[in-house]
Design a protein around this ligand. Structure first.
Ligand code: ADP
Ligand code: MG
Length: 362
């Protein structure tokens, strides 16, 4: 996490305006006294929200977060600011099952869509995406986050009252269906039948609440502890969505951090083992088949969708991921651990090419 901007910017800067507005909201939410000085700095790393670190004079620190109406990505992507309500509700609900793995909510100002949550200090909690890209895999985090995710899905599978509160499919349409499913159908019309099936499955499913954005950049890692952040896309849905969303991101990282391929794949293996160990609300085999299809789609979407991963720019490397993802969409009756094995094999076969890409990319 990088903090920028000082606490006393000039009076017309966006930071100063944000600080003045946040001060009013924090007083209203009883997070500080009127007129109490506080430090504020913006936190970089996300594309869909303004995120600030705040420390009040009394020494209380916190994160304030407000969703943007237009996301900071290259292509036009508008999204509903009610995402903040769902994030708040999700964080409050899942503390019942994973209290150590999500931030506690300090306050939520519905009117301004501003959420105040517990801050995890950067000295002890590291962003998993940045860590992996820097060659530090934190292999054990895979199993930890797998167990956390299974507990969350199980909690919602058992709790229909809670599930009913997450009918955010209109938001899901804007945040996931349009940029991932629809963008890929446009780019790969031959796959449209398969993707249409997955799209309607995603929009119909209601057995759990999905987090919707389980990706390394939304996970903080510390020894024996992982924090799952950024639940703005929480929505009733198909549990197979979440593990595949994360796996796609982890697999793609092996294309650019090839010297850590074994550790990253071990993290993936740990993740699926502990996630599927925790799948006790439905047939594991059926969930696994759906997860493989979603994985195919998400690999394609991260190359050709609205939000491609920024670290893969070489066309030959893109083609590898594209071909692998397309094959997964057509696989029948496979095991996800075999899929991981095939990915490793592909990486090893392509090692020389990937190595030259890595050198030209640095
Ligand atoms: N509670 C927190 N403690 C520490 N860092 C945080 C916290 N919440 C968010 N961050 C940092 O800010 C980044 C952006 O926050 P996130 O909730 O993911 O917003 P966005 O929706 O914009 O992606 C995260 O990737 C993380 O590095
Ligand atoms: Mg995020």
């Amino acid at each position: 996490m990088k903090n920028s901007a000082s606490s006393r910017p000039n009076s017309h800067s966006p930071m100063r305006m944000a600080a003045d507005e946040l001060a009013l909201i924090m007083v209203r939410c009883e997070l500080m006294e009127e007129g109490e000085p506080f430090e504020i700095s913006s936190v970089e790393g996300g594309v869909s929200s303004n995120v600030w670190y705040i420390r009040t004079r009394s020494g209380r620190d916190m994160i304030a977060k407000r969703p943007l109406a237009r996301l900071n990505v290259e292509q036009e992507w508008l999204a509903d600011q009610r995402r903040s309500n769902f994030e708040c509700m999700f964080l409050r609900d899942v503390r019942a099952c994973v209290p150590e793995n999500v931030a506690s909510v300090l306050a939520h100002d519905v009117e301004s869509h501003t959420l105040f949550i517990e801050y995890f200090p950067t000295q002890a909690f590291f962003n998993w995406r940045e860590e992996i890209l820097a060659g530090r895999t934190h292999e054990e985090a895979g199993a930890g986050i797998g167990a956390t995710l299974a507990k969350i899905h199980h909690y919602f599978a058992q709790n229909s009252d809670a599930r009913e509160r997450y009918d955010a499919r209109d938001i899901l349409q804007g945040t996931r269906i349009d940029p991932y499913f629809d963008a890929i159908t446009k780019r790969h019309p031959k796959l449209s039948k398969k993707i249409d099936k997955l799209r309607s499955q995603t929009l119909k499913a209601d057995s759990v609440v999905i987090h919707g954005d389980v990706s390394p950049k939304n996970i903080l890692v510390a020894p024996n502890r992982q924090i799952l952040l950024d639940a703005e896309c929480a929505c009733i849905g198909d549990p197979a969505f979440d593990p595949s969303f994360l796996l796609a991101q982890l697999l793609l990282k092996t294309l650019v951090v090839i010297e850590r391929e074994k550790e990253i794949m071990a993290a993936c293996q740990g993740f699926i083992t502990s996630y599927f160990d925790g799948v006790i609300w439905e047939d594991k085999h059926s969930l696994e088949q759906r997860a493989i299809e979603y994985l195919g789609l998400f690999l394609l979407a991260r190359i050709d969708g609205k939000v491609p991963v920024p670290y893969i720019r070489d066309d030959n490397i893109k083609a590898l991921a594209r071909e692998f993802g397309t094959n997964l969409l057509n696989l029948k009756d496979k095991k996800i651990s075999d899929v991981l094995g095939s990915w490793s094999m592909m990486i090893n076969e392509q090692y020389a090419n990937l190595e030259s890409f890595r050198i030209s990319n640095t």
